[in-house]
Write a protein of this length. Structure first.
Length: 359
């Protein structure tokens, strides 16, 4: 006779076993949660720093590109022979072509070397930051005169498709001389059979003091738009509203345009050639001793720009355990004060650029 073993009754987990299992599960869940939070925090920090780096590179790229072109007047580089018919109002001054760059130190409102105190680039300019004015011709769209001017007061005759419009500041040059003026009217398909670029006296801002140029320009002379680009940092928009510190650019008399958010400070130094070898020997601030007069500014051969960029929104809880200050240009004065709990990461960018059109 075969004996079948009796089946033992199935039993569940004891209370102790359940509690141990729950404890182990909670420990694993806590570890996973901590890993998730740490990974998320690391991602946010790296993403914020990447944006800081990207913003700094973009801002510096824009500045370097224009500084390299400062003082570019096409084939004509004798600034002493540039004639300007512009009125000395509306933010324009007689130094427009004589100096490829001008500087404003610590939002003081005074431009060097002209000594112009017309105003800051905008009322929202951030305190203790510098402004840089860069002058040049726009080389992206050179235009050629297609018909000789009958006299020095006549219109400039060019083909269609030039992109110029009323109130643009332009310069015409034939490599022997140059004239700077403001267009009062752009007449498509004018009496000449070409587009007529009219430069009457009066007009907009700044307007022309006279219609007469220093000579009549013939076929082949170049016409290019003149730009005076002012870079500065603002912590208020043109409407007066508080914003994240932003790099702005103002071109001629147009409204300021925001370029890059998170640029907290810009400091500018100018490389002065003190021994005549066309190489900067010392970098000075605008208006400092040795960089005030016209003669001293004529020795400027390079521009050094220092930017401080920061994250937007204070993403990192591990930074700024205490108040601290930043002196970007190492001149012994505070450029930025950071308060405890600010929580923003910061990076500096520093570049020196040769004024290749003024060496």
């Amino acid at each position: 006779m075969i004996r079948v073993p009796k089946m033992r009754a199935q039993r569940g987990f004891s209370m102790v076993e359940l509690m141990v299992a729950l404890a182990i599960g909670l420990i694993v869940l806590l570890a996973l949660s901590k890993l998730f939070v740490g990974t998320k925090k690391s991602y946010n920090t790296q993403d914020a720093l990447a944006r800081v780096q990207e913003n700094g590179r973009i801002a510096m790229h824009l500045l370097i590109r224009d500084i390299r072109m400062a003082g570019y007047y096409g084939c004509f580089d004798n600034v002493d022979k540039i004639n300007s018919t512009l009125n000395a109002v509306g933010g324009f001054n007689p130094f427009l072509t004589k100096y490829a760059v001008e500087g404003m130190e610590k939002s003081s409102g005074t431009w060097y070397p002209s000594g112009t105190t017309s105003a800051k680039p905008d009322a929202g300019m951030k305190a203790d930051t510098d402004a840089l004015s860069i002058r040049m011709l726009d080389a992206s769209n050179p235009i050629t005169i297609e018909k000789e001017m009958p006299n020095s007061s006549a219109s400039l005759f060019v083909n269609a498709g030039h992109g110029l419009k009323d109130n643009d500041i332009i310069m015409v040059t034939d490599c022997q001389s140059g004239d700077l003026m403001q267009l009062t009217n752009v007449n498509p398909s004018g009496s000449s059979g070409k587009d007529d670029l009219v430069h009457n006296a009066g007009g907009g801002s700044p307007g022309n003091s006279t219609q007469k140029l220093q000579k009549s320009y013939g076929v082949g002379a170049k016409v290019m738009r003149f730009v005076d680009r002012v870079y500065y940092v603002a912590d208020k928009d043109p409407g007066g509203n508080t914003i994240v510190p932003t790099l702005y650019r103002k071109e001629n008399t147009s409204a300021p345009q925001p370029l890059v958010e998170g640029v907290e400070s810009m400091q500018v130094l100018y490389g002065v050639d003190t021994d005549g070898d066309k190489v900067p020997n010392v970098y000075l601030k605008a208006g400092a001793a040795g960089l005030q007069t016209e003669a001293e500014w004529s020795t400027v051969k390079a521009v050094r720009v220092i930017l401080l960029t920061r994250t937007i929104g204070g993403q990192d809880t591990d930074v700024n355990p205490a108040d601290y200050t930043i002196d970007l240009d190492k001149d012994g004065t505070v450029d930025v004060t950071v308060t405890k709990g600010d929580r923003n990461q910061r990076r500096t960018f520093d570049s020196s650029v040769s004024l290749r059109n003024r060496t």
